[in-house]
Design a protein around this ligand. Structure first.
Ligand SMILES: Nc1ncnc2c1ncn2[C@@H]1O[C@H](COP(=O)(O)OP(=O)(O)O)[C@@H](O)[C@H]1O
Ligand SMILES: [Mg+2]
Length: 369
């Protein structure tokens, strides 16, 4: 009999966290509607979606402070909660971190971190020292929270949450209270630490940049449902619908009707494989993917199969943002505005005529509605 290789066995291990078909109703309205997720140890999944879509409610059910109306939650393959059976929050081995991470003001940094630890004193002390070293705060071990900056307090809160070696970390917009320039550094440090501790992380955020930066996997949520799930690259480059494109960036939209699996537009034809004749479609593309070319005595560049046909536009507004410029074009073909972002220091003057093309490998064609 063959024994399975170690790599295969490890991939067969149950996920650290699994939620199956979770539902939660408020006033008869589903706010979490059939959500399923799996997260492996050492992995970060971001629950990403607009405010009110049910992210925090999902997190609270996993933490056990809120009870689902349907569905089950498993940790390492063991049921911890369904609609009848329920392991209480304090026995779930789950770490929590929220925006208002509220350290205990009357406790020293060391005592804050030690708060959830059990066992002999010297063991607790060793764990506290280990974690404070990892968040580079060893020298503040005997200080009090008010003596630390916001970013330092955040790192203490992280150390406190990780001290009891939770199997799962739930983080609800944990960085939104920090100012921008501090945030990137703390996000990276947090990620490193979470990976070292080999915990499964579910991070809630409404900021796409944060999700892209932190996540191994993004679960895009809308109206209580997960509408798309995958690696950040895949979610960004293969969005399921227009709203999924628009959640990550500004979008431009062309309307067209399909004929013979092609959508005809002023930018030329777009492939619409499998879409029935007569279907109204939207061709969606991001501002950074539009190409700009010069006017050559009233003409643009030659059409190509990969970029289609150029369309003429006049610069209506141009803003220089440093790392890129944001340019809006009034298009000849129907008077609509089209947004284009151009990297670096290209800043055309208002009124200038330019020609735009839309690379086909950067467009998404969705049936309308
Ligand atoms: N305890 C509650 N009672 C009634 N409605 C609630 C309760 N908690 C949340 N909601 C509603 O459920 C929806 C989802 O809320 P929430 O999970 O906090 O969203 P998010 O974290 O994505 O912003 C919102 O419409 C919110 O108003
Ligand atoms: Mg929330």
């Amino acid at each position: 009999m063959n024994t399975a290789p170690a790599e295969l066995l490890s991939t067969m291990a149950p996920p650290r966290l699994e939620i199956r078909n979770i539902k939660r109703f408020f006033d008869g309205r589903p706010v979490v509607d059939d959500v399923s997720l799996q997260i492996q140890a050492g992995q970060v999944t971001c629950l990403l979606g607009p405010s009110g879509c049910g992210k925090s409610t999902t997190l609270r059910m996993i933490a056990g402070v809120e009870m689902q109306d349907e569905g089950e939650i498993y940790v390492d393959g063991k049921l911890i909660c369904d609609t009848v059976f329920r392991v209480p929050p304090e026995r779930r081995e789950i770490g929590l971190m929220f925006q208002d991470f509220a350290l205990f003001p009357h406790l020293s940094v060391a005592d804050n971190v030690a708060f959830g630890l059990k066992g002999p004193k010297d063991q607790k002390r060793a764990r506290v020292e280990e974690l404070l070293a990892k968040v580079s705060l060893s020298k503040y071990i005997d200080d009090y929270p008010h003596q630390l900056s916001g970013g330092e307090q955040q790192r203490v809160a992280l150390a406190r949450a990780l001290a009891p070696r939770p199997r799962i970390m739930l983080m609800d917009e944990p960085f939104s209270g920090l100012d921008n320039r501090l945030r990137d550094g703390i996000r990276d440090e947090t990620l490193t630490l979470l990976r070292e501790e080999d915990t499964a992380v579910l991070l809630v955020t409404h900021e796409p940049e944060e999700a892209m930066r932190m996540a191994d996997e993004i679960a895009l949520m809308r109206g209580g449902r997960i509408v798309q799930q995958g690696a950040p690259y895949n979610v960004y480059t293969r969005p399921v619908d227009k709203a999924a494109v628009a959640f990550f960036s500004d979008v431009n939209v062309l309307n067209a009707q399909v004929n013979g699996a092609l959508a005809q537009t002023p930018f030329g034809q777009f492939l619409a494989p499998g879409v029935p004749d007569g279907t109204d479609v939207e061709i969606v593309f991001r501002p950074q993917h539009v190409r700009i070319d010069f006017d050559r005595a009233g003409k643009g560049p030659l059409p190509t199969p990969s970029d289609g046909v150029p369309a003429r536009g006049v610069v209506e507004r141009a803003r220089f943002l440093g790392h890129e410029s944001l340019v809006e074009f009034r298009m000849d073909f129907d008077g609509s505005l089209l947004k284009v972002t151009v990297p670096n220091v290209f800043l055309p003057e208002v009124g200038r005529v330019l020609w735009l093309t839309v690379p086909r490998n950067r467009c998404f064609v969705f049936p309308k509605g």
